[in-house]
Write a protein that binds this ligand. Structure first.
Ligand SMILES: C[S@@+](CC[C@H](N)C(=O)[O-])C[C@H]1O[C@@H](n2cnc3c(N)ncnc32)[C@H](O)[C@@H]1O
Length: 288
């Protein structure tokens, strides 16, 4: 169900999310996100996410019409030429196709642990702040069958526009637990009265429930990737671009594992490290 409106001015309050694309915290506070680009918006329209509006140049309307007609919620489609739209958003765009949708509520850890096929494969990120890297990591997670992403309390949201764009819309297929957004209704075995759980506490909880937590850590000399065992339930933990995994999070893990590198290289990009780890998990599990 959708209705079409030609944009003749930027005064409509409904257009505000597009005008504030450089202020992503405002979107987070409102519980919304912006999807950008033809492929990503198409994938959003194919998803179960709740969509408020779409903005596109008229030449794309026929392409998107079947997907828009299939949507259950009322969506406003604003028609605007790319150049005009660029004056609203404040930067130049490749295709001029955008959409605003609602960030889904965080999934519960109980559901993730009880409703997924075993062995579980989870990924957690600690203090990952670069949205592009987070998006690339999300894309890898979906490519390798990760069942949920746990976003540490000091990490960026995977629903930032650049993260959504870099995930190529894979974020619409990945259940996410953003620890910073968990409320009172989430209670845990190891911390029954918690309002907010830190990533270190969440990993402790996972371990208490039989999930092995494995830190991807370039500086360990204890174990390299090919020696690690991913056959049981596990959660792979990745760290920040600048500082890697923080000490409390590293301590909360069962073990640290490195992709071996020559001493002249500090580390891999976190998205690349995730792809290498996840490929090894898939390789080992395909054998067993
Ligand atoms: C860019 S690296 C962090 C580099 C940081 N300067 C450090 O000293 O850890 C970002 C994350 O990618 C993962 N990573 C990168 N290279 C890795 C490697 N060779 N082995 C295991 N994990 C790696 C780790 O989770 C790391 O925290």
């Amino acid at each position: 169900m959708f209705r079409i409106e030609n944009i003749s001015s930027f005064d409509l309050p409904e257009l505000q999310p597009y005008a504030t694309m450089k202020r992503p915290q405002e979107h987070e506070r409102q519980g919304i996100f912006v999807a950008e680009g033809v492929k990503v918006v198409r994938r959003l329209l194919e998803s179960h996410f709740s969509i408020a509006s779409v903005v596109l140049p008229e030449k794309w309307l026929d392409d998107f019409r079947p997907l828009l007609e299939a949507r259950p919620e009322p969506i406003t489609v604003y028609l605007a030429e790319k150049k005009f739209l660029e004056t609203l958003v404040g930067f130049s765009m490749f295709q001029g196709v955008l959409a605003v949708a609602k960030i889904p509520p965080p999934v519960s850890l109980d559901d993730i642990l009880s409703k997924n096929r075993k062995p579980l494969l989870l990924v957690a990120v600690d203090a990952l702040t670069n949205a592009e890297n987070l998006g690339a990591l999300v894309r890898n997670c979906v490519a390798f069958g990760v069942q949920a992403l746990i976003v540490g309390e000091t990490s960026s949201s995977p629903f930032l526009r650049r993260a959504v764009r870099n995930s190529m819309g894979a974020i619409f297929q990945l259940p996410v637990i953003e620890l910073a957004k968990l409320g009172l209704r989430h209670r845990f075995k190891t911390k029954p009265h918690a309002t907010r759980l830190t990533l270190a506490e969440c990993l402790t909880e996972l371990r208490a429930r039989g999930v092995r937590c494995i830190a991807a850590h370039p500086h360990t000399d204890k174990k390299i990737l090919s020696q690690a065992d991913f056959s049981g339930d596990c959660c792979l933990v990745f760290g920040s671009e600048g500082y890697g995994i923080s000490a409390p999070v590293l301590e909360a893990c069962d073990e640290a594992v490195a992709v071996p590198m020559p001493p002249t290289v500090d580390s891999l990009n976190v998205g690349a490290a995730a792809a290498v780890f996840l490929y090894e998990v898939a390789r080992q599990r395909a054998k067993s």
